[in-house]
Ligand binder design. Sequence first.
Ligand code: 8GP
Length: 808
Amino acid sequence: MTTIFQDKEQFIDEYRLVVKAFTGKSFEEAGATDRYQALARLIAGHARDIASESFTESSRKHKKRVYYFSIEFLIGRLLDNYLLNFGIRDLVAEALADMGADLDELCELEPDPALGNGGLGRLAACFLDSMAHEGIAGYGNGMRYRYGLFKQEIVNGRQHEVADEWLSGGYPWEVRRQDRAVRIGFGGHVVTREKNGRQVYSVEGASEVLAVPYDIPVVGFGGKTVNKLRVWSAEPAEEHFDLETFNHGDYARADADRANAEAISAILYPNDQGEHGRLLRLKQEYLFVAAGISSLLRTYREEYGSDWAHLSDRVAIHTNDTHPAMCGPELMRVLLDEEGLEWDEAWEIVTKTVSFTNHTILPEALERWPIDTFSRLLPRIYQIIEEINRRWAESFDTAAEGWQEHFRNTAILWDGEVRMANLSVICSHSINGVAKLHTEILESTVLRDFYALTPKKFNNKTNGISPRRFLAEANPGYASLISSAIGTGWLDDASELERLLPFKQDAAFLEKVGATKLENKARLARYVKRETGLVIDPASIFDVQVKRFHAYKRQLLNVFKVIDLYQRLTTDPNTTIEPTTFIFSGKAASSYTFAKEVIRLINSVADVVNKDPRVNELIKVCFIPNFRVSNAQLIYPAAEISEQISTAGKEASGTSNMKLMMNGALTLGTLDGANIEIVDLAGRENEGIFGLTKPEVQELKDKGNYLAWDLLNDDPERLGRVVGSLTDGTFSKLSGGFESIRNEVMINNDPDLVLLDFHSYVDAFEKLNHDWANRTLWNRRALHNTAMSGWFSSDRTIREYRDEIWGA
Ligand code: 8GP
């Protein structure tokens, strides 16, 4: 463990100096926000010192550098996390208490950067954490969105999107690196010249913007390695402030260049549905790719000169989904046009350096760009892609039967579009999925033609999560209980959590497991009360589904269960249930109407159920607005039931399933994504598994005879009543009925099989719900889940990437 302060006194001295330098005030005079800012600056300063040592050390040892390209990094708050990773959380808390301040209160003041949508973005952040922990010289490369995604507010049950001004108070963790800014060109046309008997290409007439990097330190647990995350901001390449126009009063036009350039890094697209084809998004993708490649090559040149043949021995470029797919062509462009390499030479370097992870099989999420738009915005990159595509076509044996079919499925350019997934695969030496089933689906369906050609390129890397952030930091009570039993080694090596298994027989310990859960539930209840006014009972079961809203994740199935329970409790005296609070949280993409309607339905059901004295002692429905890393850290530790109920085959992995498991929740889930591995590790008897399996879903599709109406007609009492309630006024008081949801289920024939899985789901829920009555048995299963969750540490995942993909 590297200590940055010898003792409290040293910390206090340094802290006072920073407060004074930063605010001009003494610590006593400074307000809470200034105190937070100064504390973060102090820690960030130390982190940067160690980062430069880590960098020098990796140069000295010729460590391979891993660049993780991701258009999202959902890093969450950093102060608490870095204090923990530096091993000084208690020291700083005590020192602050001596000074009359409270560390938790200061941590609460940190803005939560909204630099991601969901799973993919948070995974990237856990990977940074684990790369630093494993001592890998690993760097994030992404975008600095001024307004991030959006802030979600709920008005009359509906989601409203508001700009998230997370940077407005200043972000103490970042440092602007003007000296490393890169000019990025868009548009123009390709010019060809002859030079020394060779064709040389360049782009003329492009309009340029400046990509300016901001560096954020990434502190690994133990504090020995500090890496960095570099995020790019778009600015005008030249100051073109038009004074004359300004003096005529046209202020907006006077600064139009700035506004146009800055638009590129203004917002993150919530692009999980129907948001493709936006020019600004394509600009974002190229900007962070081109700037990142330029920046890493500059470092390489400084260390190794122009020894390009060995680039792949020293550098790995990992592309997180298809958003950085232009890494391949951009690296080709630099090697060909700027460094003068021949195509074959450059291509070998590129394909040995670049690797690719796919995160979703949903066809609507696979990126495609109209060739027209693409080639106009990025003419030289397009030309290179054309050549890659031409050579790809040429590589087929046209005498072989069925080659046309293989080519059609693998071509990069097809039907007037650039297919980014195929581009990513062709440019990469490794392609991985994010859970066992997901990788199998990639190999057998989505990318099957590629798999047939180069099976060795494919591999699985089941996702993971940071045990520091999602157990130690999020759940301090449980974490210290665990450490009291098995020591603190699990923070370094989460497989040590298995040493908790013998404590399953220790009744007193199990009681403490239950007691920490109860405290966490009380903490969440206070947060909910503060944020929404709703009172929820910590003595009830907390049943939790928190994730992005998407049809395949089936929040609708969950709310159908709640409606069914509500209807049975109010009509059938034989219905029994342990008191339960149904907790939902998550954002829907702003243009995703169906998902937003499901949010409105949940809030409308909440409005009715929570006000109905016949049931509101037994069930409550709670929607927590604006799901983000910081409130996620309050929700996971409070959960008893983890809802992971996607239609089998649709969820690539899921990661909230792992976070909830580690915090001792039991999974109520389908055999989908990483749920399958959870069951393999923890045993089916410790979870609540239900529903169709992937092969069963497949069989149903192949037969093509599923009819939602049949199910409804067979079960008017329950399913019929649930579906009927969408349009009969039961839940329409808040803001109207739910015809569109009913149509999705009945007219669109229930594409996500909500009705089909309904009964097995409700039965599995009720079984778990009744199991809760025996608290000793329940706590034993909870502890068992935590004990078996160590394999889901992102440290394990990252070691697999290191050994099997990056060779770092
Ligand atoms: C998610 C997958 O849906 C989830 O199953 C998986 O656990 C996670 O990635 C990490 O691998 N996919 C996305 O978040 C995603 O595709 N986001 C795009 C909107 C950018």
